[in-house]
Design a protein around this ligand. Sequence first.
Ligand SMILES: Nc1nc2c(c(=O)[nH]1)N[C@H]1C(S)=C(S)[C@@H](COP(=O)(O)O)O[C@H]1N2
Ligand SMILES: [Mo]
Length: 311
Amino acid sequence: MSIKRPSDLPSSAITPESLYFDRRGFLAAAGALAISAALPGCASADDDPKATGTPFGLQKDDRPTPWADVTNYNNFYEFGLEKTDPAANSGAYKPTPWAVTVDGMVEKPARYQLEDFLKPSKLEDRIYRHRCVEAWSMVVPWRGIPLADVLKRAAPTGQAKYVMFTTVFAPDTMPGLRAPVLTWPYTEGLRLDEAMHPLVMLATGVYGRDLPNQNGAPLRLVVPWKYGFKGIKAINRITLTDKMPDTAWNLAAPDEYGFYANVNPEVDHPRWSQHKERRIGEFAKRPTLPFNGYAESVASLYAGMDLRKNF
Ligand SMILES: Nc1nc2c(c(=O)[nH]1)N[C@H]1C(S)=C(S)[C@@H](COP(=O)(O)O)O[C@H]1N2
Ligand SMILES: [Mo]
């Protein structure tokens, strides 16, 4: 397979993914159809894996971004600042065994081994759009569970209004932690009603495989209507709170990275426009959609809010 190809070169026109999707008339069906049951057996480990899952919010010309790009064009500053650093520098990092703490304003705080943390839920494959604040985008077939499952089990108290997520702090295996680029450990947050939305996933896999280290193994957040930096990786703590939590990017540059971080083509980043995006693997820019194409499902969460102020 072609993982050494520099990932911002265009992908070859015909990839296993595009062939598969075109053949099945996938694009006509994008929006609601569950196709995972119809898939042939898994590709061998040497092949590009097939994109499996239910498409959510995809547009007619959206195709899954090739595996090589999804796993080699990454942001994970704990492993360095270049897009290829996370794949190159995360070899010593150990995502197993893994424990997750759920604490704060909940009736049932607990520390789980990852297997027990996931067990009551059913892993689902879902294909989502992914829009980085840097104005590039992908289409990614994630595997995971609804975050709402985990929150309901913890039973938030009446005071809980926000959910804070924390990335593991592992300086021995995360060389990027030596640089004071962000406040470590990386943190993120959602309002509780956002966090309960059924589109929000805790992902454990991509392309039907366990997450590679560079994609946030063994557990990362996916919030498809927000900029990618909300999708915190390598989560080991989930804390319910009554205060809007500090987040790594909001602490680093509050006028550039707001707490909400909803994808919004009308609100430019102070240093660049958000009207368009470059789909990884393509030349021509695409228009950026409000809420990254998920407005129908999520705009009501922000009714009455000034989205220029609450960016
Ligand atoms: N812990 C941690 N999580 C992180 C980041 C990071 O640097 N550290 N980068 C974020 C950004 S900016 C993006 S765009 C996505 C990228 O996810 P991907 O590499 O799987 O596409 O991860 C997000 N989660
Ligand atoms: Mo990003």
